[in-house]
Design a protein around this ligand. Sequence first.
Ligand code: ATP
Length: 452
Amino acid sequence: WFNFNSGAASKTEGEANNKTEDDDKEDKAAQSYLNKLIRSSLVNNKNEVEVLQKDPNSPLYSVKSFEELRLKPQLLQGVYGMGFNRPSKIQETALPMMLAEPPQNLIAQSQSGTGKTAAFVLAMLSHVDPSNKWPQCLCVSPTYELALQTGKVIEQMGKFYPEVQLVYAIRGNKLPKGVKLQEQIVIGTPGTMLDWCAKFKFIEPKKIRVFVLDEADVMIATQGHQDQSIRIQRMLPKNCQMLLFSATFEETVWNFAQRIVPEPNIIKLKREEETLDTIKQYYVLCNSKEEKFEALCNIYGAITIAQAMIFCHTRKTAGWLAGELSREGHQVALLSGEMQVEQRAAVIDRFRDGKEKVLVTTNVCARGIDVEQVSVVINFDLPVDKDMNPDNETYLHRIGRTGRFGKRGLAINMVDSKMSMNILNRIQEHFSESHCLSHLSLPDLSHLPNLQ
Ligand SMILES: Nc1ncnc2c1ncn2[C@@H]1O[C@H](COP(=O)(O)OP(=O)(O)OP(=O)(O)O)[C@@H](O)[C@H]1O
């Protein structure tokens, strides 16, 4: 399927070599936050959970319904109010463990979107005694935005349980000296939380019954957070329930987890591998960046039937492309590395709500963002690593879907030079023959699959 117009090298790949400070930098906390925003539902995972019990002789319960948990009626109402019909895979095992008497400690790892936050929020709300007007649950998150996001879940799930109150221990939330908090749940970042416990004494750590450390892998990526969390943990009583959650589980996370959670039960849910089986892949041959843009305009109508993400190699190309598309009267959103987290969050919010159907982004900026709900992916530039070799992993992550019954998708690769054709050939070889790429000749689009 080699069909190449010679003399057509464009600058797009060349630009990759000049990336220095212009390159988008993305930190883990921002990725995690944006990922939460773009996701509208539970991530499907058909793998089995692995459980390691502190006491292997005690029976292991798992539940298939929320009723079995004997939750307070106000909380059950909150759960159903959020549209949850049944526990997610990780919740099936984690919830009975967290709600058991006496309370069990837990370290749980599963990819983002599998229901960890909802699980520990439910555990905190269940353990609170609303008649006691003092903090009983502490939850630490790596950033201000992530803390607010978890707070929202607490508010939603506790909607029918108004006696339980929540306060944010985050930078900028200043309280008068000598105050003792009356709210039962405190959620915040490690620095402020530690200050509130140790320096200002707004919180009496000895009265805490549940301690949650969320996003442990993100937490340890931030200087100082690890020590602050450990210092908070040391102030808590022996019988306080310790819960730690993480999306990944490298050695460093594991070491940290063991310092935070004594005698843990451990639950792990392996990430489901993505496949290209349900994805139709095409390539389009062009001679330049401008021709790629023209090709894109030709297929624009088709891609806006569903939602599409367009990946560019550099911030500069992404900005240029979004500008050109807008000039043509198309509605596009641009996600770019120089934007503040709030600005990026606003872009993602609008895209998730369908206000824009097309999102132009760089790979670095979108790394870690789950594109499962997007049915069309366009590689305006093919994914390459820093040595300009094909980045197969990124290709699979951008385009692949999990599960055999994953939604059908469509991927279009733009090829504009011998070099990019070579990269595409190597990607195709890597994923073997079964994932054959078809040539898409424009403007005849009659053979594009129907996406609806
Ligand atoms: N039992 C459930 N049934 C249906 N939807 C659920 C259930 N539990 C959680 N969800 C929804 O699934 C999405 C992901 O859940 P949640 O945020 O708890 O996952 P997570 O593992 O904590 O992910 P992250 O690490 O990104 O926070 C949310 O939109 C949440 O409202």
